[in-house]
Ligand binder design. Structure first.
Ligand code: LMR
Length: 327
């Protein structure tokens, strides 16, 4: 009798097949709030991936630098401690100096031009340019054009003189403030609010969505609509993780990511308009519009930064990026 029971159990197990494998856990770490283009894109990716690969994949999203700041996330990815991130393009120069092209001041006239360049063969090639360093770019994601903010009004380039600004970890961004006679400190995003609140720094630069979601406008009484540069992202994963996935799962995740990024890019356009208006409505910060003459002064003062980085970025790359303004 006992033998029959054992045989029945073994037979049932045989028919059921191997025990269900544990789901693949994908940690997605980022530094911004959830009500931002990146925050919403990451949550959409989780929803799509888990809906389409039920039981096979679990996506854990960690916003607000909860898991890693951008200065650590790429190293952590190479160690396998996180699988997906989307640092801003300013944080990759250690891996691909050509990506510094996105930081050159007054290069792109608007986000549509940035988008065209990202979709060009040169833009697409940069997604794949870090494979030998263990990283694969899955796509570009927009945040938006940057504005400068400070404790005192910045109307003309001379207003920057003697002031200290927080920048991301990019030498181009340091040079951009130094050429105006200011100083720049590279600091993690998670520290910016406190640095501004305690007046350890005078100002910073950010797109509307970051200024709004992290409440920088509450501690920066003046925001100048310079639109002098772009803050966009590369969604990135580790080559070891990504290429080690079963083909069918990787294909499904790749589709989910493309859709999530397309959604995030739509959000970026709407969010910039909404967050700018919300800041104006708050009355906490004065938004300064530049006259064409004032704007021309900023362009003249900052454009010489290009020459400093031309050799590292490549003249052709700069020309290609510029051409996207006219398409
Ligand atoms: C910053 O450090 O200012 C940005 O890269 C933060 C972000 O992810 O938008």
């Amino acid at each position: 009798m006992r033998n029959w029971a054992l045989i029945a159990t073994l037979l049932a197990a045989f028919i059921a097949g191997p025990a269900n494998a544990d789901p693949i856990v994908i940690k997605f770490s980022h530094v911004v709030a959830e009500n931002t283009p990146k925050g919403k894109m990451a949550n959409r990716f989780k929803q799509l991936a888990e809906e389409r690969l039920p039981g096979k994949v679990v996506v854990e999203v960690y916003p607000n630098s909860q898991l890693f700041g951008d200065n650590k996330v790429l190293e952590a990815m190479l160690l396998g401690d996180v699988q997906i991130g989307a640092p801003s393009l300013s944080k990759f120069s250690r891996y691909t100096p050509a990506l510094d092209v996105f930081d050159l001041p007054f290069l792109f006239k608007d986000l549509a031009a940035v988008d065209r360049f990202q979709k060009s063969p040169e833009g697409q090639a940069m997604l794949d340019s870090m494979r030998d360093k263990g990283l694969i770019g899955l796509g570009y994601l927009h945040n938006g054009m940057k504005q400068m903010s400070a404790y005192s009004p910045l109307r003309v380039p001379a207003d920057v003189k003697g002031k200290k600004f927080r920048v991301q970890t990019s030498d181009v961004l340091v040079a951009q403030f130094e050429i105006l006679g200011g100083t720049a400190v590279k600091k993690p995003f998670s520290e910016v609010f406190t640095l501004l609140q305690t007046k350890a720094i005078d100002g910073t630069e950010n797109p509307w969505s970051n200024t709004f979601s992290k409440k920088f406008f509450e501690v920066q009484p003046y925001i100048t609509e310079t639109d002098h540069g772009v803050l966009d992202y590369m969604v990135v994963t580790s080559a070891e993780f990504w290429l080690g996935l079963p083909d069918d799962i990787r294909a499904e995740l790749s589709k989910a990511m493309d859709e999530a990024v397309a959604y995030g890019n739509e959000v970026a356009l709407e969010q910039a308009v909404q967050d700018r208006q919300a800041i104006i409505d708050s009355g906490r910060s004065e938004v300064i519009a530049l006259t064409p003459e004032e704007r021309a002064q900023w362009v003249d003062a900052m454009r010489p930064v290009w020459a400093q980085f031309e050799a590292a970025i490549g003249k052709d790359m700069i020309e290609k990026a510029l051409a996207a303004n006219n398409e």
